[in-house]
Design a protein around this ligand. Sequence first.
Ligand code: MN
Length: 494
Amino acid sequence: MTSIEQIIQKFKNNNPSEDTKDILRAYHFALKAHRGQKRKSGEDYIYHCLGTAETLVELKLDKETIIAALLHDILDDTEATKNQLKREFGEEVFNLVQGVCKIGKIKYRGQERMTENLRKLFLAMAKDIRVILIKLADRLHNMKTLDALPEEKQKRIALETLEIYAPLAYRLGIGELKGQLEDVAFSYVYPTEYNEIVKQVENKYVKWENHLKEIIPSVRKVLAKKGIKVIEIHSRTKHYYSLYKKLLKYDMNWHKIYDLVALRIIVPDIESCYATLGIIHKEWRPLIGRIKDYIAITKPNGYQSLHTTIFCHKGRIIEFQIRTPKMHEEAEYGIAAHWYYSENKNLKEYIREKILKQKSKRKPEEELKKELTWVKQLQEWQKEKFSSPQEFIDSLKIDFLKDRIFVFTPNGDVIDLPEGATPIDFAYQIHSDIGDQCVGVKINGKLSPISEQLQNGQLIEIMTQKNKKPNRDWLKFVKTSQAKSRIKSWYRKN
Ligand code: MN
């Protein structure tokens, strides 16, 4: 169990020049306010506050967020008042705590209640994204202590974590948090499968470790010879749940999984990324169809890297992920990384440059705005009318929380859509007139049915005809709520 001293130490490592006495003060405040309260697990309540704060320190969040995390259940569960909180810790912390409190404890009183809570969640998100980060960290700690709850409740909470919270973390680009949420939830939702996967991975990983001991030095040697500066090489194991999903896709055939262990190579800049890819391909043979350039074409959640899978020593197949330090930080911490960059005074070179250029300390906000487009879309979208809470949740899962694919317009613009989307969804995404007047589609230059499910990376060309009407039958196969509501509204109007 983490102590407040450990949390403060970790915070200091990330922010050497910050004063931490307020964090300690917040801890004592929470300790006193929650005195005598126990969690269902029998633990003192304060451990929940510490657990929540710990996750956020690991995401390198700022001081206010850490303080608010320690205090996040104060207004709900204790005698402490709003004024007291404001007086002791200031407006910013107060707003964060109140934000978390307003979202409310999701009490699982049926669909209606949950929908309402989700709406509140998105509203809060648009105001200050840190509120959601606290909420996600809160959820992670609740998941870690889930075994204290009755079994039926465990399953429901775990399933909700898999379907809503983990995808939310993914969309915010926080790969690490998403992986952790999924893996704990996985163990409750599919316990048999979970145990089987853990066992198999442990076996395989022992073999991999020896293999990595050979391969990492030879990669270093090859790159050094060509004058590439390597900042870091490390291996990462795939999270259990994402492994399980991939196995399902390949009929549980482990031989089809090439990235159980992947090697990450961190190099200083984008040029070095491409140079590294070239050198590796010259040294070892790459697998066809497994070279992915997420630098030129960023994933919809902001992820960037080059991926390639090669035949290495002794016929072993291994995936390489090549990226810059900035791409790495953003892949791990996503939207959270922006606070680190904007607050931290010991910035790495590339950040220092960026900030100097913009003259003001807080300026990476511009970049943040770009990332928040998705949050804004979500906010707009949730104002739409849904006929039932179930419909709201279903649309949420498809429009925002499903895995995304990206496809291209003839001009090379990237459009991102939920998995399973069709050319009609694509057309409505471009413009409502294009959707209404769609008469056909070329996918990669070939005439195709307009109900066909689009695949990642395809080039989509919509053919339109003036005065053409949308077809009611389209409602049977379109996926996005945008397409659905446009088609319906056309018929309402005409
Ligand atoms: Mn809590």
